[in-house]
Design a protein around this ligand. Structure first.
Ligand code: SF4
Length: 258
């Protein structure tokens, strides 16, 4: 397995297709793959969209897309955002899953040391301004890492919220010139569990300890059985999403289940 550090490159634009052409491309891809499986959509994303990365948190459900990518092409670029606030278990899991699946192009994305020193020198920004902390440690590093890519694959699903109820497999990411691909858009929670069991994939160790949704350690708490899986994220705060998806040129607060 090769690990690449990718967080210190300058910000820049993406491959950047014109908006009209991109919308046409997304519409054509959706029409063609509408009734196909998640695996077929993943194939299409990697074969037909251009330079595409899988963005993964190596969280509770991430292993599904990581496995699909590994089966199709082990050299698929996988972007892992290390906020330097993650659980140790996540870091260990990331290494173990990457090795087990044979992924050869996992890129670890971090905020630059300069940005950390300027914005969060004592590591407490998450306590008083979690939005700024997520922007520093997740959004900006990911934006830099995605420069030059034509699209990125996410784990978003229709069932996760009202705003995702009409989620398509292929969508235009407003303001970046990229496509976003959601192979699991139509999956239900049971589909995720079935896929993991049938393929005997390793689970994140915190899932069995009450963490169905796993983000940074200071901002994630266990939830009671039957509770909303995301109830343990930013508990006690209004914040519910991490903010790495763009709509109309702005970052929207949408969850971490990449
Ligand atoms: S989840 Fe918490 S610690 Fe992680 S980047 Fe966001 S605010 Fe910071």
């Amino acid at each position: 397995m090769t690990l690449h550090l990718a967080g210190n490159t300058p910000a820049g634009g993406s491959a950047g297709a014109a908006p009209a052409a991109l919308a046409e491309q997304a519409a054509a891809l959706n029409a063609r793959w509408r009734h196909h499986s998640a695996t077929d959509v993943m194939h299409a994303a990697l074969a037909e969209v251009g330079k595409v990365a899988l963005v993964s948190s190596f969280g509770a459900e991430s292993v599904v897309l990581l496995h699909m990518a590994a089966v199709i092409d082990r050299a698929t670029p996988v972007l892992f955002i290390d906020t330097e606030m993650l659980f140790t278990e996540t870091l260990v899991y990331q290494t173990e899953v990457s090795e087990r699946l044979g992924l050869t192009n996992v890129r670890i994305i971090r905020a630059t040391p300069g940005d950390i020193a300027r914005t969060d020198p004592d590591g407490t920004l998450h306590r008083h301004d979690p939005d700024a902390c997520c922007a520093l440690r997740k959004t900006r590093p990911l934006l830099r890492a995605l420069a030059g890519f034509d699209g990125w694959i996410t784990g978003r699903k229709r069932f996760q919220s009202g705003t995702r109820a009409t989620l398509d497999f292929f969508e235009v990411e407003e303001g970046t010139g990229r496509l976003k691909i959601n192979p699991l858009a139509h999956w239900a929670p049971e589909d995720v569990q079935t896929y993991i069991e049938e393929n005997r994939l390793p689970r994140h160790p915190l899932v069995s300890r009450g963490y169905p949704s796993i983000g940074c350690a200071p901002c994630t708490a266990p939830v009671a059985p039957g509770d909303d899986p995301r109830a343990g994220r930013w508990r006690g705060r209004e914040k519910t999403e991490c903010g790495i998806h763009m709509v109309n040129g702005k970052f929207m607060r949408i969850g971490e289940n990449q």
